[in-house]
Design a protein around this ligand. Structure first.
Ligand code: FES
Ligand code: FES
Length: 71
């Protein structure tokens, strides 16, 4: 399921591998998996829905794909 998070302006690293202990952000746990985090920037402080299922078609944002996975 997605993470609703208030993010400040600037760059953020979204965990793409699913191993991070600080979801939905990268904490370096991807080392050795061949998967790398996704850097994205935010213009202003706002609440965003970040994908937690890692299957979104619009990473790092939730696009509703997680609903299909739950079926
Ligand atoms: Fe919604 Fe991944 S959490 S698409
Ligand atoms: Fe998952 Fe870095 S910990 S991409």
């Amino acid at each position: 399921s997605p993470y609703a998070i208030e993010l400040g302006a600037g760059e953020h690293w979204w965990c793409a591998c699913g191993l991070s202990q600080t979801q939905p952000f990268c904490d370096g746990s991807h080392k050795g998996t061949g998967i790398t985090p996704m850097k994205f920037s935010v213009d202003k402080t706002e609440k965003l829905w970040l994908c937690g299922c890692k299957a979104s078609g619009n990473k790092p944002f939730c696009d509703g794909t997680h609903k299909k996975l739950a079926e």
